[in-house]
Design a protein around this ligand. Sequence first.
Ligand code: IFM
Length: 784
Amino acid sequence: MRDQLSDAEWLIRESGFDPLRANTFETLLTVGNGHLGTRGTLEEGWVGERSGTFLSGVYDSHDATVIDLVNAPDWLPLVVFVDGVRLDVETCETVEHERALDIRQGVLWRRTIFRDRRGRRTRIESLRFASLADRRLCAVRLEVTPEDHSSTITVESGIAGRRRNLDRLPFYPEGTVFDPEVQWEKWAWSNHLRPVTVDAADDMLYLETRTIAGGVSLGYAASLDAGPEPLRRRLRLSAEHAEEQADFVVAAGETLRLDKLVTIVTSRNHPEPVQRRCLETLQGHRRTGLDAALSANRQVWESMWNDCDCQVVGDPVATQAVRFGVYQLLIAANGEDPTVNIGAKSLTGEGYRGHVFWDTEILMLPFFIYTQPDTARSLLRYRHHTLPGAREVARESGFRGARFPWESADSGREECPRYTTDGANRFWTRDEEVHVSADVAYGILTYVAATGDHDFLVDFGAEVLFETSRFWVSRVEHDPATDRYALKQVMGPDEFHSHVDNNAFTNRFAQWHLDQSVQLYEDLSAHHPQALRSIEAAIGLDGAEVRHWREVAERIILPIDPERELVEQFEGYFERKDVPITQWDANNMPRYPAGYHHFNCEDTMLLKQPDVVMLMYLLPDDFTAEVKRANFEFYEARTLHKSSLSPAIHAIMGIEVGDHDRALEYFYRSALVDLADNQGNTAYGIHIASAGGTWQTLVNGFGGLRLRHGRLTFDPWLPEQWEEIRFRLRWRGNSLSAAIRQRDATFCLHGPAAATEEVVVAGAPLTLTANEPATVSTAKGART
Ligand code: IFM
C-alpha cells in the first residue's frame, strides 16, 4: 500500500508512537470530505485516545451547557488478535510505527509492527479514506502479516455508538498536568445520542442512533470483506454497538487483506428511514469494491488540486504547510449542502464545540471564492438559511432586522456561552461582537465581485444584506446635539476590550455595509425591479427605509481623523495604559506581561489580535500607505496574537507596509500553527481559520492580491530565499495561474480562446488573453 502514496512532499508523517503527541496527530491526520471528518485515531484505539467522527451540521444541545457538534458514532474500530492476543500499543511492544497522511489523495496510510509477549512479530498496514466521490462512504483496507509465526488471526470490526462529547474540565489547581492515558477521563461528559436500531444481515452491520434533543437519525452500515473466506464469523450486537469477528489461519509471511466499507447516512440529508438508504448504498459500493472507490476518490482530489495547488519553490517546508492548510480547507467544507458551514475547528475536533464564527467569511471564504466558488456560494447560503435565527438574535436584544450570532450552529441563534466554564469570567463576545453581520455582508459581496454571480444576490444575498442593515440602523444611537450616530457598548475583533464606544472597525464596517446595501437596492431597482419587489414584499421594505440607511451611513461616527496618522481603535483607547511587551516565547511570539491574562487587559493598550490593522487589510483603499505603515507599527508592537487568526493578517499587512522580516515570521507562525502545534492546543482540532489565513498570506501577502474597483491587482514581494510562488485562482468563470518570482511574474488566463481579462501588476495594467502566458516585471514603476 505504501507504494500507492504520493511523493514525500505531499505526506504528513508520524514516526513512532508517542502518547504525549498522539492526540495532536489524531487531529493532524484527520480524513474527511466536508460531510464528515474522522480524527486520525488508531483503528484499534488506545487508552488515551480522543477519537471522533463529526458530521457536518449534526449539533445537539441535550445534556450539555452549550450546543455541541456531536461526537458521532465511530466507524473506525478494526482490531487484530493473534491467537487471542490483542494487537495494540498497550498490550504489545510497538516495534515500528509509521503513518503518513497523503494530502494529495486524501488517504491515511499506516504501518505498525507489534511484538506480543510471546515474541511474535505481526505487521499491520492500513489505508483509510472518507470519499469525496460519494460523501456517504468511508473505507479502510487492512493488511495483516504474521512475520515470523503461523497463527489464528481474528479481525474484529465494529461501529461504536456509545459516544460522549467533552463538556468541561472540573476545576483543578492551575497548572495541573495529567498523564496522557487518563487526561480525558477527568472531564465531565455530555451524551447526545440515543440508540435506535442495531441489526445485521447479509454480512452487513447496521447501527442507528438519534440525537436526543434534535432528533436527527444517524445510520451507519458496515461490511468487512476478505480475500479468503473466514473460518468463522461471530456477531456481537448490543444497543450501542455492532461488531463482527472473523477468524483466519494465516501462515508466516503471508498477508491477509480485508476491506471495511462503511456508509453513513443521516436524516439531515435523506428522508427517514435512513436504514434502507444506508444499506443500499453500502451494497452498491461492495459490488464495485474498495479499489473503485479509492480511484473515484483520487480523481476528485486530483481535480480539486488542479484548481487550488500552491507552491513555494525553494522552501519545501512552506509548500508543505500551505498545502496542508489547503487540504484541511478542502475536507472542511461541503459545497453540496447549503445548510452547513465550517466550525472553528472544522470537523477535526471538539474545540469551540463546532461553532461557526466570522472566521468563515473573513479568513476562510477567500480561499473558496478564488478556488472553489460553488463551495463559497454554499457556505454563504448557510447564512441565508440561518437568517430566521439571526432575526431572533436581533429581536431578543431589542433590535430590528437580523444580527448574525457570534457563535452559530444549526439554527443561527446565539450559541456563545455566557461564562467561562469555571463561571469566573463573562464572555461579552456574544453580546458585543456585532461586527459579524458586516463580515457576512463583506463575504457575500466579495463572492459576487469575484464570480459575477448576480443571481446569488437576487436569490439570497440581498435579503441578508437588507435584514442586517436594519439591525445596524436600530443598533446605532442618535445624538441630537451633534446629529451623529454612535455604536456604543461593542467589542471589535480585538477581544481584550469590551463595552467600548465607536470601535473604528465596527463603525466603518457598519457604514460600509449600509452603503453597499443602498447601492444594491438602487441597482436592483434599476436592473431587477421585479426581483426587488418580491424581496420588498417578503421583508416589508421600502425606499424610505433605505433612504434612512443612507442617512445613518453618512452620519455614523468614525474615530478616524484624516489629520492624524493613527486611527484610534475606539474612543478612549489612547488613554489606556501602555503596558510594554518584554518577553517572547520560543516562537518569538509575545508573552503576556507579568500579571496579565485574557480577561484583565481591558485597561491597557494591549491587543489580542488585529483590529485597526484588520480594517486596513479589508478596506485597502480607505487608507494611504503612510497611514497603514504608522498604524501597523503602532498596533503590532502592542499585539499579543492570542488568537490564531492574528499572525496571518500581520504577515499580509507586514508585507504591504514593508516590515518584511516580521511578516515572514508571522507567515511561518500561521502556516505551522498545527504542524508545529505552536499554540499547544492542536489536540482539540485544526485552527482552520489560520489555514485560510495562510492561503491569504501566500496569495494576498506575497502575491499582493487585492480586489480594487472590480479588478485583480497584484503587488508581489518574495523573501530572497524563495525562487517562486505559484498559485491558481478562479475569476469570473475562468481560471488564472500565477508564478511570481523575485523580479518578474508570469500570469496565464485559462479559458475559452477569445477570453481576455485586465489585471494590474505592480501598478500597471496588463491584459491577459486566454491561454497566452504573459511575463512582466514586478518592480514598481517598471512598466507604465
Ligand atoms: O473568531 C475567533 C476570534 O476572533 C478569536 N477567538 C477565537 C475565535 C474562533 O476562532
